[in-house]
Design a protein around this ligand. Structure first.
Ligand SMILES: [Zn+2]
Length: 301
C-alpha cells in the first residue's frame, strides 16, 4: 500500500499543451506544495498544426508520439509525475477543428461514446480519489470538438463516480475574467512593436472568457510557479512559441500568458469568506487543510 497525499487534484484536458496554457501555475503550485496532481489528457493532438518548419514533417501518429514527449517534458517542468492519456495512448484520436471531415473519423474523440469514455475516467477517479476536478465549460472554452468532449466526459465521470460512492467534492471550469483579458490585451497592443510576433489575438480568441462576477476562485503564481508555467509551455515546441509574458500558437497571433489562473466553481460548496474569491481550490474541503497532511488515503499499489 502507498499513501496518497491529503490533497488530490485531477485535471482533464483535450490535447497536450492545454494543461500548461490553462493551468500551469495551478499545477506547479499544488505539486510544489505536496498535493497529488493527476492530469488526464484525452488525445495526443496528432491533428494539431506544427509551428517549427524543421518539425513540419511530423503528422499523424508521428506527431502524436512527438507530442507525448513534449507533454512529458512539460510535466517535468511543472513537477507533475502522474499524467495519463485517457484509456491509454492513442485510444482516442484528435478530432481536428470543428466542421472538418476529421470529425467523422470513427476513432476520434468526437465520435466516442461519452458514457464509455467517462467510465475510463472513473477508473482514474476510483484510484486517485481526487477532491477537486478541473475541466472546460460546455463549449470547451472555444468550441473545439475535443475540448467539448473532454468537458462532457469529465462531467459525466463526476456523476458516475458519485453514484459509485467516490464523489469529487468540487468541480471547476477554466475561466478568464473579461476585465483581466481586456487589460492584458491593451498592454499587449502597446508591447507588440517590441515583440517577435507581428499580430495580436483579441479577447475573443481566449477560451473561457466570462464576466468577472462568474469567477469564484483565483490561483496566483509565485516566482517558481510562473517560471514553471512558461517552461512547460516552451516544452510544447510544436505548438507554442513563448516570448514572455506573451506567446503564440500556430495562428501566430500573440496572446498574454496568464500567471494568475481563474476558475468558476460549478459543483460543490464555495468556501465562505464573504464575497471574496477563493484562493485555494481545496478551500472548505474537510481533511485537506494540512498541505501535505497525513489524512491521505491508502491505495493498493
Ligand atoms: Zn486543445
Amino acid at each position: 500500500m502507498t499513501e496518497l497525499p491529503a490533497r488530490r487534484l485531477l485535471l482533464v484536458h483535450a490535447h497536450p499543451d492545454d494543461e500548461s496554457i490553462n493551468n500551469g501555475v495551478t499545477m506547479a503550485r499544488y505539486a510544489a506544495e505536496g498535493a497529488h496532481v493527476t492530469l488526464v489528457t484525452c488525445t495526443l493532438g496528432e491533428r494539431g498544426e506544427v509551428i517549427p518548419p524543421e518539425l513540419g514533417h511530423l503528422t499523424g501518429a508521428a506527431l502524436g508520439g512527438h507530442r507525448r514527449g513534449e507533454l512529458a517534458a512539460a510535466m517535468r517542468a511543472l513537477g507533475v509525475e502522474d499524467f495519463r492519456l485517457l484509456g491509454g495512448p492513442g485510444r482516442f484520436a484528435d478530432s481536428g477543428m470543428m466542421g472538418l471531415p476529421d470529425n467523422d473519423d470513427p476513432g476520434c474523440l468526437w465520435q466516442a461514446d461519452v458514457d464509455r469514455a467517462a467510465e475510463l475516467l472513473v477508473e482514474v477517479i476510483r484510484e486517485v480519489r481526487p477532491q477537486v476536478l478541473v475541466t472546460y465549460d460546455p463549449d470547451g472554452g472555444y468550441g473545439h470538438p475535443d475540448h467539448i468532449q473532454a468537458h462532457r466526459i469529465a462531467m459525466r465521470a463526476a456523476e458516475l463516480a458519485a453514484e459509485a460512492g467516490c464523489p469529487v467534492d468540487k468541480v471547476y471550469w477554466n475561466r478568464v475574467p473579461r476585465t483581466v483579458a481586456e487589460d492584458a490585451f491593451a498592454r499587449l497592443r502597446d508591447d507588440l512593436p517590441g515583440l517577435p510576433f507581428e499580430k495580436a489575438a483579441g479577447v475573443e480568441d481566449v477560451p473561457g472568457v466570462v464576466d468577472d462576477e462568474r469567477i469564484t476562485t483565483e490561483i496566483r503564481g509565485d516566482g517558481g510557479a510562473n517560471a514553471a508555467k512558461t517552461a512547460a509551455m516552451r516544452a510544447h515546441v510544436t505548438q507554442i512559441t513563448v516570448a514572455e509574458p506573451y506567446f503564440v500558437l500556430s495562428n501566430e497571433l500573440a496572446q498574454p500568458v496568464f500567471t494568475t489562473e481563474y476558475y468558476e466553481l460549478v459543483r460543490g460548496e464555495r468556501s465562505g469568506d464573504g464575497d471574496g474569491r477563493e484562493s485555494d481550490l481545496f478551500a472548505g474541503i474537510a481533511g485537506t487543510d494540512g498541505i501535505t497532511g497525513t489524512a491521505g488515503i491508502e491505495v493498493a499499489s
